[in-house]
Structure formats: C-alpha cells, structure tokens
Design a protein around this ligand. Structure first.
Ligand code: UT7
Length: 319
C-alpha cells in the first residue's frame, strides 16, 4: 500500500512587522484590547511588490531544501489561497513557472482558512492512488489586500505569509486520515462579497465578518472534526503529540484544546506573532515548530482548519 508523508516544511514571512501600537496610531484601538481579545501582538504585512505567488515561492524553496529535493522532482503543485495574484491564471500555475517546473498538474484550492488542510488531503489522495509521488502543498496569503484598514473589527486580526510542505510517497503513513467538511449556508458569516464585472468592482472588496458567530462556530467544529479524524485513524486524543489548529485567535485555540482534552503545552501557537494568515497559518505554525525542534520525526500531529464557506477540515499524521 502507498501512503504519503511530509518530507520537508518551509515558510515565508514578509519582512515588515506591524505592531498593535502602530495600528493604534491610525485606528480607535489599543495594544491592550487586541492582546486581550485575540492574543495578537504583531503581524507581517507584504509590501506592494509582493504577491501570494512570491511568498509561496520562498516557502516552497524552504520546503524543497528541507526535503533534499529539487523543484523538478515535484509532480503536483497545490496552492491554497483566497488572495490569488490574479483572477486567473491560478497562483499554483504562477508558482510552477517561478519554480521553473513544467507539465505537472498545478491548481489552486479555495477553502479560505481551511485551504491548506484541504490541499494536504487532496495531495494525499493523489499519492495514495499513484497519480503523484512528490507533491508541493502551499498555503499563501496577502490578506492585507482585502482588509478595510478603517474597520478596527477586522483589520487588526490578519497578516500575510506562506507555508509549504513537500509530501512524498512511502510504505508507511504519514497521513493516517483526513476529514473535509463544508456548509455553504453559513456563507454570510465570513466573506468578501465583491466581484469584478464589466471593468468594475461589484459589491464589497473587503472582508466582512460576524466575529462572535465565527468564534462560536469555529470552536464547535474544530472539536468535532478533530474527534472525527482521530476516530477515522483509529487513534485517540492521548496519541496526539501536537495540535496545530488554524491560528485565528488565541482564545479559539485555547477553547479548542480544552474541548478536545489536549493540554495547552501540546498546542503550537503562532497567532501572537503572525496574526491570522488564513490558509498559510497551519503550515507557518508547523514550520516554526519543526525548525525550533519541538516537532520531531515520529511525532503525531493533528492539523485543523476552519474558515469562510464555511469550511472545516482536519488531518492526522505522523511526521
Ligand atoms: O479565520 C477565521 C476568521 N475570524 C475569526 O476567527 C474571528 C473570530 N472572532 C473573534 O476572534 C472575536 O469575535 C473578535 C476578536 C473579532 C472580537 O472579539 P469579541 O470579544 O467577540 O468582541 P466584540 O465583537 O463583542 O466587540 C466588543 C467591543 C465592541 O464595542 P462595544 O459594542 O462593546 O462598545 C467593539 O466595537 O469591542 C469593540 N471592538 C474594538 N475595540 C478596540 C471591536 N474591535 C475593536 C478593536 N479595538 N480592534
């Protein structure tokens, strides 16, 4: 039987750091409010010249180096993003060209903050079925471009960045199980409801959110989907070495861990430094914990995403 496993992880954060105090100079907010309600202290913001595919390229190079592979070895490229460079071509195709790779399938996944976990599960299916042997899965976002910087209820929460993994075929898992879920009836809870038509922007090009509803929904489904994926893998909560949930708000992370019965020392938290980077948040957190030596080969990880759509998803894997 063929399974997939992570062979390398990489990430990229734009150099510019924006602190809460800097935001408080332009908005009716404060460092104390943002820290207390979200746990966020700072976020990285891309400059105008940096697009999602640029951040994806740096993260991909890091993951390929860590895997000891060249870009030409990759036979599948999936990019999860809600802030693509263009309407089309896909950011995955632009990344493919920047990597100097030709011919392999390359496509974007649009599942907002669950996008990377969706992408990981899709790549796992390609590898298990023999359609791919070495897949690059990336989450890359420039959410700063879809923020209304006058809306203190949303703009303080998000940041830019990218994370990537190389997934390779092997005889042992790797990925034990994945669960993907969606419920489009909640589309209005978190959205960017604009579109481009006839050369004009129709509707709002800015992120809109019912924060408290999103909060409650996220904690509920992150608990449910975590339990579902562990059951599908024949594992239990006690088997989990590290929980990496989507990094939206430290209070959501704490509540999720508490509901699942996972101690807070086993939760990887980066939202304090990165803010919410949507599809990039899980692979960014994974890269931080791999590079600082917390996550080691053999450790069992529960990765979870939740975001607009609504979508939610989990993957249980051994590193
Ligand atoms: O990837 C998923 C994306 N989104 C999320 O995960 C977000 C989930 N939701 C949340 O994280 C929280 O609901 C928020 C952090 C967005 C808001 O925290 P909250 O504790 O739910 O606050 P709230 O919305 O109930 O607002 C409380 C007060 C309000 O003022 P009043 O009506 O009580 O006078 C807001 O206007 O805080 C005010 N407020 C702010 N004050 C200072 C809202 N944003 C700010 C701000 N600075 N940035």
């Amino acid at each position: 039987m063929t399974f997939s496993r992570i062979a390398g992880v990489g990430s990229c954060l734009p150099p510019r750091v924006v602190t809460n105090d800097e935001l408080a100079r332009q908005l009716d907010t404060s460092d104390a409010w943002i820290r207390e309600r979200t746990g966020i202290a700072q976020r990285h913001i891309a400059d105008e010249s940096q697009s999602a595919s640029d951040l994806a390229l740096d993260a991909s190079r890091g993951a390929l180096d860590a895997a000891g592979l060249a870009a030409q070895d990759v036979d599948l490229i999936i990019v999860a993003t809600s802030t693509p460079d263009f309407i089309f071509p896909s950011t995955a195709c632009l990344l493919q060209a920047k990597l100097g790779v030709k011919n392999c399938p390359a496509f974007d996944v649009q599942a907002v903050c669950s996008g990377f976990v969706y992408g990981l599960s899709i790549a796992d299916q390609f590898i298990r079925s023999g359609q791919a042997k070495r897949a690059l899965v990336v989450g890359a976002e420039v959410f700063s471009r879809i923020m209304d910087w006058n809306d203190r209820g949303t703009c303080v929460l998000f940041g830019d960045g990218a994370g990537a993994v190389v997934l390779v075929a092997g005889d042992t898992p790797g990925i034990h199980a994945s669960v993907l879920r969606a419920d489009g009836s909640h589309a209005g809870m978190l959205s960017v409801p604009g579109n481009v038509s006839g050369g004009k922007i129709l509707g709002s090009p800015y992120l809109q959110m019912h924060g408290q509803q999103v909060f409650k929904f996220a904690v509920k489904v992150l608990d449910e989907v975590g339990r579902e994926v562990l059951a599908a893998a024949g594992a239990s909560v006690a088997d989990v070495d590290w929980l990496i949930p989507h990094q939206a708000n430290v209070r959501i992370l704490e509540a999720t861990a508490r509901r699942l019965g996972i101690p807070s020392e086993k939760v990887v938290v980066t939202v304090d430094r990165h803010g919410n980077t949507s599809a990039a948040s899980v692979p960014l957190a994974l890269d931080v914990a791999v590079r600082d030596g917390r996550i080691r080969p053999g450790h069992r990880l529960l990765l979870e995403g939740v975001g607009g759509g609504f979508t939610w998803a989990a993957v249980y894997l051994t590193m």
